[in-house]
Design a binder for this molecule. Structure first.
Ligand code: SF4
Length: 369
């Protein structure tokens, strides 16, 4: 699928009448050799290119801080959860399929930075093998088709995936993870065939959910509203995952406005993710847990029940850990396993000692006895 957009710094300079500093440009080009840039035309127009701190620009435009190699590429243990090429099975009920390495735009904070937009062996090769696996695992109640972004695939390919999964009786719902409503919403509302296909398979017995990824209120535009409306019309239930990002949404007011706007347009706030310690991401995007907790709680103070249904989560190798409390005076943080790789940990509540600027479970210390 062709998506209009910009791949080079020169294209941006020309289109938006900007001149990057030569040294900065040299460094940014070094980064682009490792992690490509793609800014969809529509999304580029949301950026105020004259504002160095524009939050949308931070999300999609490379930064020289990506030269920092602090962190690691696989922070959630995806390699060890891969049971077939392109298929992960971490939590009993859920199978995750990496359908493609392409996206409608490349987020600089992506936790799958190791594979998006670059050649990879990690995406699904033979979809029928995935179907066979799910059929044989009766404990699986849902499949998440992710990537990359599955909505950049031709609608026929997506239909083939959904049709085959829909034949599995023990599947209760199918999820599609996509940032297309944010990056290229017209792909949804202009493609009647896609919408008909989604409507056909989203039935009272097996709903299709689309989990999208809005990070900032500026991403909610007339076009993205139209895309969400078209999905709702096609009986697709939409929810949202946000990543807490330094310089983007690390402000209670911004986060609260995002959640309110999501509810307003019919998207259920689902998770706020702590930014993972990803290589070339962590140094400039991760907000320390202590600060993160205060931002999330600050936002919640301004939200009604619907808008604060989300959980603040660390998606760790061992499971999804909810950040539930903070004793600021004693630097103690309270955590709970919302989901766990090891079933016996589900619901486990525990406390850890914060260290300065701790941003991840592994940065925390055990409490002294
Ligand atoms: S759209 Fe999703 S998978 Fe693609 S770069 Fe952004 S966060 Fe990563």
């Amino acid at each position: 699928m062709h998506i209009p957009g910009y791949k080079t710094l020169e294209e941006i300079e020309k289109e938006f009448n900007i001149k990057f500093d030569e040294e900065e440009k040299r460094k940014l080009n070094e980064i682009l050799k490792i992690h490509p840039m793609f800014i969809p035309t529509y999304y580029a127009k949301l950026i105020n290119w004259g504002d160095e701190n524009d939050p949308i620009k931070r999300i999609i435009f490379p930064s020289i801080y990506e030269l920092s190699e602090e962190g690691e590429y696989d922070t959630s243990g995806e390699k060890e959860n891969t049971v077939l090429t392109g298929l992960q099975h971490k939590y009993k009920e859920t199978v995750l399929i990496l359908a493609t390495n392409r996206c409608a735009g490349y987020c600089r904070h992506c936790f799958r930075k190791r594979l998006v937009g670059i050649p990879t062996e990690e995406t699904i090769k033979i979809f029928d093998e995935a179907v066979k696996y799910v059929k044989e695992h009766k404990e699986v109640t849902n499949v998440l088709i992710s990537g990359g972004d599955p909505l950049v695939l031709p609608s026929e390919v997506l239909e083939n995936f959904i049709a085959k999964l829909s034949e599995i009786p023990h599947l209760r719902f199918i999820r599609i993870g996509s940032r297309v409503p944010v990056f290229y919403p017209m792909r949804i509302y202009e493609d009647k065939k896609l919408l008909e296909m989604l409507k056909k398979y989203s039935t009272p017995n097996r709903r299709i959910y689309l989990v999208t990824h809005f990070n900032h209120p500026k991403e909610i535009t007339e076009e993205s509203k139209k895309a969400i409306d078209a999905l709702l019309d096609s009986k697709v239930i939409t929810s949202n995952q946000t990543v807490l990002l330094k310089g983007v949404n690390d402000d209670p007011k911004v986060l609260a406005e995002l959640m309110k706007s999501l509810v307003q347009i019919g998207v259920v706030p689902y998770y706020v993710f702590q930014c993972r310690p990803v290589k070339r991401v962590k140094s400039h995007f991760q907000v320390p847990l202590k600060e993160g907790y205060k931002i999330v709680e600050g936002a919640k103070r301004n939200l009604d029940g619907h808008a604060k249904r989300f959980k603040y989560i660390m998606s760790h190798k061992t499971g999804k850990i909810e950040i539930v409390g903070l004793d600021e005076e004693n630097d103690i943080i309270y955590l709970k396993y919302h989901q766990a790789k090891d079933d016996k940990n589900v619901g486990k509540f525990f406390a850890k000692k914060l260290t300065p600027n701790a941003g991840w479970l592994d940065d925390l210390k055990d409490l002294e006895k």
